[in-house]
Design a protein around this ligand. Structure first.
Ligand SMILES: [Zn+2]
Length: 245
């Protein structure tokens, strides 16, 4: 463990400071990663590649989606910068995405390795473990944006609607998934939409965006001070288009 924080110290050059957003100030974390942590004063002078505004991060995602839709995704050399990636990560956005095999955020947004910090599970809802991951992304990795990304033809949302309408019980752990999505479906139902599935998919996104904005103590704080934005979007599988909701 490095204890020498002079300018030439190797740990000063190590870009993975655990206190990128002042985690050391919280005190308790100081011992957690020990030598990886930099003095807060040193880190404040080190702009990182993801030190961009939430709006700029969102623009990069939407521009990347436009390239993907136009089948003009950028050519990527995945062998390049492997060593740099081994040393640190600077994601520009956290994603809460469905596990659906047809939805792949890095491809849909034409982003490279290290650009997106993705939490995926069927139904793209926020649970405690996922929230903890996002807290890490915001507080430690410094990502300025979180996007909840639903998608068309979501089987998890469709299954929840079916369970609610037919009063059936799914096997295994699937009821937990239904319970998590049910509140959004109930909200969508009240509007009596022409297409309940599409409405519930969008509502499930909005429901979880709202949940994240209020997620104390970490995400809510960064949202309140403007350092992080939480947005919602739906990916259309047929066209490839991502639309903010
Ligand atoms: Zn899905």
């Amino acid at each position: 463990m490095c204890t020498d924080h002079s300018n030439d110290c190797a740990c000063q050059r190590q870009p993975f400071g655990f206190s990128r957003r002042g985690f050391l100030k919280a005190g308790a974390a100081a011992g957690f990663l020990g030598g990886l942590a930099l003095p807060a004063s040193a880190q404040d002078k080190m702009p990182t590649p993801n030190s961009i505004s939430p709006d700029e991060a969102l623009k990069r995602l939407m521009d990347g989606n436009a390239r993907y839709v136009a089948n003009a995704s950028s050519n990527k050399d995945f062998s390049a910068e492997r060593a740099a990636r081994a040393a640190a990560q600077y994601p520009i956005a956290g994603l809460v995405s469905c596990a659906d095999s047809r939805v792949s955020p890095e491809i849909c947004f034409d982003q490279g390795l290290g650009d997106l910090f993705v939490v995926r599970l069927a139904g793209n809802f926020v649970h405690e473990d996922g929230l903890a991951s996002l807290e890490y992304g915001v507080k430690v990795l410094g990502m300025p944006l979180i996007m909840v990304l639903g998608h068309s033809s979501c089987g998890a949302v469709a299954a929840t609607i079916k369970v609610m309408k037919e009063n059936i019980v799914l096997p295994g752990h699937l009821p937990a998934l239904v319970d998590a999505i049910r509140p959004a479906v109930e909200i969508a139902e009240k509007a009596n939409p022409a297409n309940l599935l599409d409405a519930a998919i969008a509502e499930n996104v909005r429901y979880n965006v709202d949940k994240l904005k209020k997620a104390t103590p970490i995400v809510s704080e960064f949202v309140a001070n403007g350092e992080v934005k939480v947005v919602g979007a739906v990916y259309d599988i047929a066209s490839g288009t991502v639309t903010l909701v």
